[in-house]
Design a protein around this ligand. Structure first.
Ligand SMILES: Nc1ncnc2c1ncn2[C@@H]1O[C@H](COP(=O)(O)OP(=O)(O)OP(=O)(O)O)[C@@H](O)[C@H]1O
Ligand SMILES: [Mg+2]
Length: 224
């Protein structure tokens, strides 16, 4: 047993704003997201869900406010430190899978470990693919796989660095209902590991039904 003590708050947002020119995608978001929850973020198209996840995970940067994520001041990190932090600590899953088409499943999962200079990346990537049930598909390219299988590869990639924070942006948005259930069951297994926090945006009532808590984004603000 490892004896890692997780902070009680995984993500603290304070007055987070994100403007793109005149568009105010986030308009003062404040929240404390406890460690260990599966939080759903629902809201209409354009309400700011993707922007929020990208700011939490350091893909994007707020134009005002602070974000403390797994004890790190994400907004204060400059590149390339922010990318390094993200590769080491966070896992991202996207609606459209975002796999590299010319790489095999194995290579897609191994790539972030390679970039991060992970010493044991081959074993780790294979273990993650095994975990998502794709041991027999390691040499296949994304185009040779179903949407559900591609999302499994993407989840394996997100798990490769053993993150304590997973960010999933409409992970079932491109999947049929049966496949969505498979992916949500897999995410539930991951989310139930001690100390793992999962923040998932979705429009999908089925996906949101798996969450411990659901909040709503409305015009760049959190309600409820
Ligand atoms: N890179 C960008 N440049 C300019 N505007 C942007 C950019 N990214 C997002 N926006 C704008 O910010 C607002 C919030 O967009 P965001 O993608 O976060 O919404 P969303 O809730 O994820 O929507 P959807 O459900 O369609 O994915 C929208 O008005 C959008 O047009
Ligand atoms: Mg979005």
């Amino acid at each position: 047993m490892t004896n890692v003590v997780s902070p009680p708050i995984a993500v603290a947002l304070r007055n987070v704003e994100r403007r793109y020119g005149t568009v105010r995608a986030l308009r003062g978001v404040s929240a404390d997201i406890p460690t260990g929850v599966w939080l759903g973020v629902r809201g209409r198209s354009g309400s700011g869900k993707t922007t929020l996840l990208n700011c939490i995970g350091g893909i994007d940067a707020p134009t005002a406010g602070t974000i403390t994520c797994l004890g790190e001041d994400v907004v204060g990190l400059r590149e390339p430190a922010r990318t390094r932090w993200r590769l080491a600590r966070v896992g991202f899953v996207f609606q459209a899978f975002a796999l590299l088409p010319t790489l095999s499943a194995f290579e897609n999962v191994e790539l972030p470990l390679r970039i991060a200079g992970h010493p044991d990346r081959r074993r780790r990537a294979l273990a993650c693919l095994d975990r998502v049930g794709l041991s027999k598909w390691v040499d296949h390219r994304p185009a040779e796989m179903s949407g559900g299988q591609q999302q499994r590869v993407a989840i394996a990639r997100a798990l490769a660095n053993a993150p304590r924070l997973l960010l999933a942006d409409e992970p079932t948005g491109e999947l049929d209902t049966a496949t969505s259930r498979d992916i949500l069951t897999l995410l539930r297994e991951v989310a139930h590991e001690p100390g793992v926090t999962l923040i998932m945006s979705s429009h999908d009532p089925l996906a949101l039904s798996y969450c411990d808590q659901v909040v709503e984004m409305r015009d760049g603000q959190l309600v409820g």
